[in-house]
Design a protein around this ligand. Structure first.
Ligand SMILES: [Zn+2]
Length: 438
């Protein structure tokens, strides 16, 4: 090969070699997909689809994909990875995270750090998420207005770093004075907000185009006030019906789905009617909202854990005093409403709303969905198969079935009996490649 570069080579080959000399191995060499044949033996398998777990299973993996799932028999092909004492399940999917946020006063913290620093911090977080069993993460806007998290996604896709499969939105759109605006500043201060503050039908259309130009796979809109930011009321609808319709129309034309953060019943209804694909939070959802979700096949991502985290572990947080008070007042109502949605057959997904709490605690979201009325099996399916469908990635991830990418995790014991076992993930495979969990 070296001789070829100095003597005669085709132009394309020379360019490729020159590129690799300057930038290291070509991206596809580093992409997180293993080659060869592996058999993963699992004492128990929760496959993400079946109603009951299977016992003593062999999963045959070739070139990063699952090619067969069946009973284990001695003499299995390729390298055998033995988890005969453990429970295997599909890699978890987090449908709602903000991986750049690390402190309770994130609206101030966003002003302190450079985009580059936030990218590095976010990379560390998503790698820890991967080690903890989250093999896919949807980021719904984050604490950087310069798209740092989308660059983390790109760098992982290019194989520069190992990390989970990432997708998501560059910003959360907010009305002036909304959940993504800096409402605590005096009027003479001109500071960039953490959200993308945008008003009016023409402006939101342009914002959608800009967002997609910069690489957003989703558009995220704050269709009500928020729990965690100052100076706005989560029980109010934000954006006019015309603005919401324009956002969804523009995004749909460009092939990008819309995720609507909506606490208020009116904001939820307006978002569904405008054509959002997912409703985030849904705290004050009413029967009409539940009916519309069910009728239109829109997903609900309740994000119950973040409120519990702050209330229980940071009760004295000044920055999150508003969230703590709202959680105290409305937690029971939110859980009951999610229970109604589950009963009505709404597609309910799993989002941790990760905002800097200990990464391992994110799976506690599943326990709260059980509190709301899911069985543990339903909660695991929500975090795997249902979330894959929410993303439109059901052909790739979300179940342990032939044809899917080999994103598989293992935990000791029986998570159906004790969901906290999911905090003890002992094995992670991403695209057939084993990831160190420590
Ligand atoms: Zn969020």
């Amino acid at each position: 090969m070296k001789r070829a570069t100095t003597t005669s080579c085709l132009i394309v080959a020379c360019l490729a070699l020159a590129w690799s000399a300057h930038a290291g191995p070509a991206p596809e060499k580093l992409a997180p997909s293993a080659t060869g044949v592996t058999t993963l033996r699992c004492g128990t398998l929760i496959d993400g689809r079946s109603a009951a777990p299977k016992r003593d299973v062999a999963i045959r993996i070739e070139d990063g994909r699952i090619v067969a799932v069946g009973a284990f028999a001695p003499g299995a092909a390729g390298t055998v990875i033995d988890h005969s004492q453990d429970t295997c399940l599909p890699g978890l999917i987090d449908a709602h995270a903000h991986v750049l946020i690390k402190t309770d006063d994130y609206q101030v913290d966003h002003l302190r750090r450079s985009s580059a620093y936030k990218a590095l911090r976010g990379l560390a977080v998503v790698q820890e998420m991967l080690r903890s069993g989250w093999t896919t993460v949807r980021i719904l806007g984050d604490a950087d207005v310069a798209y740092a998290h989308l660059d983390v996604r790109t760098a992982i896709q290019e194989g520069l770093f190992i990390g989970p499969r990432l997708t998501g939105a560059g910003h959360y759109f907010s009305i002036t004075g909304g959940g993504g605006d800096l409402n605590f500043l005096g009027p003479e201060h001109q500071v960039v907000a953490d959200g993308l503050v945008v008003d009016g039908v023409d402006a939101v259309r342009k914002a959608v185009r800009e967002e997609i130009k910069r690489g957003s796979d989703w558009i995220k809109v704050l269709a009500s006030g928020a729990m965690m930011s100052a100076g706005n009321d989560p029980n109010r609808a934000h954006f006019s019906p015309d603005e919401l319709a324009a956002i969804v129309d523009e995004a749909s034309r460009l092939g990008v789905p819309v995720a609507a953060h909506a606490h208020s019943a009116a904001g939820i209804r307006a978002s569904i009617l405008a054509g959002a694909r997912t409703i985030e939070h849904g705290t004050f959802i009413d029967d009409e909202g539940i009916r519309l979700l069910q009728e239109k096949g829109v997903y609900l991502v309740p994000t119950l854990y973040v409120g519990d985290y702050y209330l229980n572990e940071q009760p004295g947080s000044e920055a999150q005093a508003k969230l703590n008070e709202l959680t105290r007042q409305y937690r029971a109502q939110h859980i009951a409403a999610v229970g109604k949605a589950i009963k009505a057959g709404v597609h309910v997904g799993v989002g941790t709303d990760y905002v800097g709490f200990p990464v391992k605690q994110g799976v506690r979201e599943l326990g709260l969905l059980v509190e709301a009325g899911m069985t543990p099996m339903q909660a695991i399916q929500a975090a795997t198969r249902v979330n894959a469908e929410l993303l439109g990635w059901q052909d790739r991830v979300g179940t342990v079935e032939a044809g899917k990418l080999a994103d598989i995790i293992a935990v000791p014991g029986d998570p159906l009996h004790d969901l906290s076992m999911l905090e003890k993930v002992s094995f992670v495979m991403l695209g057939g490649r084993e990831i160190a969990t420590q």
